[in-house]
Design a protein around this ligand. Structure first.
Ligand SMILES: [Zn+2]
Ligand SMILES: [Zn+2]
Length: 163
């Protein structure tokens, strides 16, 4: 019966071997996961110890208390938020009628079709209300009488006949 007992010993050793390997694997998994979620090296070390001791239960406890997000996701979201803030700061201009965000180069409000700016008759560049000449092609700007009541730049008409 020595063959059977030899077989039993080998099987037992193999089982122990696999349990130990699995134990190391779970501890290593906790270490890798903690590195992706935690910044502080001391906290990573503590998580790794918890992942190793108690065996197999530690990783489950770790999974309950680990940070919900990966560090790279947190960083990505912060970058995205900053980019969005910059984009918002760029489009600080608003349509005077419907308050929709408009760009410096818009001739009309795309939402309510209010005329925002005059286009140069020669090069079609958007012109500011106070400009007397197109800065892009030197074409003189024709004065527009009633299109910009809010931005009336011409001096009020003088009464000459009175007195
Ligand atoms: Zn509008
Ligand atoms: Zn022009």
């Amino acid at each position: 019966m020595s063959l059977d007992s030899d077989f039993l010993i080998v099987a037992r050793n193999l089982a122990i071997f696999f349990v130990v390997v699995f134990w190391f694997a779970t501890a290593y998994w906790v270490y890798k996961d903690a590195r992706r979620r935690i910044e502080d090296p001391w906290m990573i070390a503590m998580a790794t110890v918890l992942g190793a001791v108690p065996p197999f239960v530690g990783p489950i406890i770790y999974m309950f208390f680990r940070p919900p997000e990966y560090l790279e996701d947190v960083r990505e979201r912060e970058l995205e938020m900053r980019a969005m803030e910059e984009r918002l700061a760029e489009t600080d201009l608003h349509c005077p009628v419907c308050r929709a965000a408009v760009k410096e180069s818009f001739l009309v409000c795309p939402v309510c079709t209010t005329k925002l700016k005059q286009a140069c008759v020669n090069c079609k560049a958007p012109l500011e209300a106070l400009w007397q000449v197109c800065p892009y092609c030197e074409t003189p700007v024709e004065p527009t009488a009633v299109e910009f009541p809010a931005f009336e730049s011409r001096p009020p008409r003088r009464r000459r006949r009175s007195e």
